[in-house]
Design a protein around this ligand. Structure first.
Ligand code: DHB
Ligand code: MG
Length: 216
């Protein structure tokens, strides 16, 4: 048979999660401490984090740019997939989040490999050199995704990866009664992303939907 896909539901995702290399105690503690500090619990899923590390390793990525640090979970997770001389430059607007992330990065096994750049994505990204990254991960305000993407297409080298979180719009992508105010922005971005000729891209249904594109 060709062109046949298994209809995947919640049971499959539970099955996948139960068979994914588990996250370690450090990242579990980070999430607990972040929640206690009032930081929103909007982490990427552990199986998504694992998949992103696999992609970064397969691409032999050394330099990664992230937009939206939050508490540093994904930055630390991605840094672990890089060689000893690799770096994650992660951009964070909220000083409280940046401070929390810096504290946990300093205590992590990848201290020195993750640098928090404070400011708005559209203030910081234009300062990053062209072709200076092997991969980018977008996970900040959804209305700005198209502009972040344009910048990252400049910053990421040919053959590099562009990953974007929340393609499923917090589970509300196909819900006609969607309530989250960012859902229209995600829908518009998905339609835009599908037409970006500089990327070969696909939505991977892990976590809340992960766009993965390779720059042609
Ligand atoms: C939200 C943002 C995210 O990036 C995410 O992964 C989940 C939720 C939010 O703004 O609600
Ligand atoms: Mg996200």
């Amino acid at each position: 048979m060709s062109d046949v896909s298994t209809e995947v539901g919640n049971e499959h995702f539970r099955y996948i999660a139960e068979r994914t290399t588990p996250e370690d105690e450090f990242l579990r503690d980070l999430k607990k401490a972040a929640a206690a500090a009032g930081i929103p619990s909007i982490w990427i899923a552990p199986e998504q984090a694992s998949f992103m590390r696999i992609l970064l390793k397969a691409a032999r990525a050394r330099e990664v740019v992230e937009v939206g640090t939050l508490a540093g979970y994904s930055a630390i997770s991605m840094a672990r997939a890089l060689p000893a001389d690799g770096h994650v430059r992660t951009i964070e607007l909220d000083p409280k989040h940046a401070e929390f992330a810096e504290r946990w990065i300093a205590r992590s096994d990848v201290a020195g490999r993750v640098h928090v750049l404070r400011g708005a994505g559209m203030d910081v990204l234009p300062k990053l050199a062209a072709d200076s990254a092997d991969a980018a991960f977008l996970d900040a305000d959804k209305a700005s995704y198209p502009r972040y993407l344009t910048e990252c297409l400049r910053i990421v080298r040919k053959g590099g990866l562009i990953m974007v979180d929340n393609a499923f719009a917090f589970g509300q992508l196909l819900d006609p009664k969607a309530t989250d105010r960012e859902v229209p922005a995600v829908r518009a971005f998905n339609d835009h992303m599908a037409k970006v000729r500089e990327l070969e891209s696909v939505i991977v249904p892990l976590g809340d939907g992960l766009w993965v594109g390779v720059k042609r």
